[in-house]
Design a binder for this molecule. Sequence first.
Ligand code: 3MF
Ligand code: MG
Length: 346
Amino acid sequence: MSSPTTYRFSFGPWNISTGADPFGPTVRNEMEYARKLKAYKELGFDAVQFHDDDIVPADLDWQATLRGTAEVKKILDGEGLFVEIIAPRLWEDPRTVDGAFTANNPADRKYAIDRAKRCADLAREVGCKNYVLWLAREGTYIREAKCAKTAHARIVDAWNALLEHDKEIRIMGEAKPNEPVDHAYLPTVGHMMAIGYKTIDPSRSGVLIETAHSLLAGLDPADDMAFALFHDKLWSVHLNDQNGLKYDQDKVFGSVDLRRAFNQVWVLEKAGYGKNGECVGLDVKAMRTTTFEDSTLHLANSRTMFLRLLDIVRSVDEKQVEELRAARKYEQLEMLILNTLMGKKN
Ligand code: 3MF
Ligand code: MG
């Protein structure tokens, strides 16, 4: 029998935030950068997810970028952390107001591709081969604003340019159906994977799946994960939770729907997720009401939820599940799962 996977956990420093939202300013002090990186190991995490400008500002010249990157690498090494993924932040600069790779203005598209390539160079500097594209503004507020067919071609061209620029990185698309744009061009995991297969190197094109993003598309995150796992394309995750079809909430994993969270852990565990070095990534936000002292609790709690659900997944009698499946006794199977989740004997 193969030994059970020991999971490694990751998150991005943006998960420790000052609590500002679109309706109000910050409510907590900014935690010092080195302090944030120190929190990782204290909370039981192994790896960091970065945006390019989480490492060094995006407008530094290359020499200054190298100096800044070396400093961050030194802190990471000192903390015993590695970089799991790196993603270009293509949604804050004035040149990405109309999208990045799909902007109508050629100069803006060039800026986006140059910045995305620079992000791959940064990845190399911090020893990371996993590159994430969250295509935040690739879409529109009104359908007539862009030619959607051309937009898809432009996304593939940009993806190809990155694969060519660095022959070692592998690119994961992180799909999201809306927010900040109204209509995103690649709203689901299925769309993202279809684009990956159209690139010059499908073997280096995969996905990162975020629970809330699947839910916002009206899809089941565990099924999305299973779909990507079937294709060997699930290379990272952003686990969290979400209350219905509203703004992206990034709630603590399992805090809304325990059974839904259980099913995600189930699918990951049964497929051997993590055996090739994949991390259990979180993308969670503290509540606005949280104090500075408690500003990492949502991360610790999400990790705890994953591990508790993992215990439950491992405790389910697989033979019994198979028997109930074979006999089509789904009422009994459902009660088996509900009882297990509630810690009741069957
Ligand atoms: C937005 C997101 C993003 C991505 C991040 C890394 C800011 O809904 O989930 O978080 O996860 O950019 O790809
Ligand atoms: Mg995310």
